[in-house]
Design a protein around this ligand. Structure first.
Ligand code: ZN
Length: 222
């Protein structure tokens, strides 16, 4: 509790809550909060009531901009997710494609060994930092079966990779886990743009939702 000034305490005996508040303001010992940084408006995408508020517009935009070529790469991501599950890992897969359309590298989850940071999107970010120029990274596209977690989104943003196309969203995964009674992830799922505001993101791809949902049901025995 913040102490009131002795002068006020000597004058005021048992105070009501509102009197105590007023006394603190008068005594000057309670700093008045000063807003810092950009004011949060009710229309901000990550404003209350939850992390997905205001995302419907982006979903609609995303669905219209996923091309047939994008869908082929997303299909490969889901195949990689299936390979991960069959190898005893969690079903997530990702592919990195150059600005010229060449598949550069692909990966799936490797968290079964005990390192929970071994996500494919994180691997692609590090691989691109080691093997691509900043310009090549900016022109590249990351395809992934599930929307980046905050760790992978941050890695993506830090290395300056380009567009992201995902098949299923973090919001969908969260709903699936909840419906199965599975434990939520230890890191709060957030939309990619909550981590990398300028990221160009497309997704989800509704045609793949059932297939990916099925992989997570198999993982959790549901
Ligand atoms: Zn991740």
């Amino acid at each position: 509790m913040t102490p009131c000034s002795p002068a006020l305490l000597s004058l005021l005996r048992p105070l009501t809550p509102s009197e105590r508040c007023l006394a603190r303001l008068i005594s000057g010992v309670t700093p008045i909060p000063v807003p810092r940084g950009k004011p949060v408006s009710p229309n901000d995408e990550i404003s209350t009531p939850g992390p997905y508020a205001g995302r419907q517009r982006q979903y609609r935009r995303g669905r219209t901009m996923i091309t047939e070529t994008d869908k082929q790469h997303l299909q490969r991501c889901v195949e990689l997710a299936e390979e991960a599950l069959e190898a005893g890992d969690e079903p997530f897969g990702s592919v990195l494609v150059s600005g010229d359309g060449a598949v550069l590298v692909e990966d799936h989850n490797h968290v079964a060994g005990g390192d929970a940071t071994q996500h494919p999107e994180f691997f692609l970010a590090r691989w691109s930092a080691e093997n691509l120029t900043p310009e090549e990274r900016a022109r590249a596209t990351v395809y992934t079966s599930g929307e980046h977690c905050p760790m992978c989104a941050a890695a993506h943003g830090w290395v300056g990779l380009g567009r992201i196309v995902y098949a299923s969203s973090s919001e969908q995964l969260e709903q699936w886990l909840e419906a199965m009674g599975a434990a939520p992830p230890p890191v709060r799922p957030l939309p990619i743009q909550a981590i990398v505001p300028e990221a160009e993101v497309e997704g989800p791809e509704p045609a793949l939702a059932d297939r990916i949902h099925g992989l997570h049901r198999r993982l959790h025995g549901a």
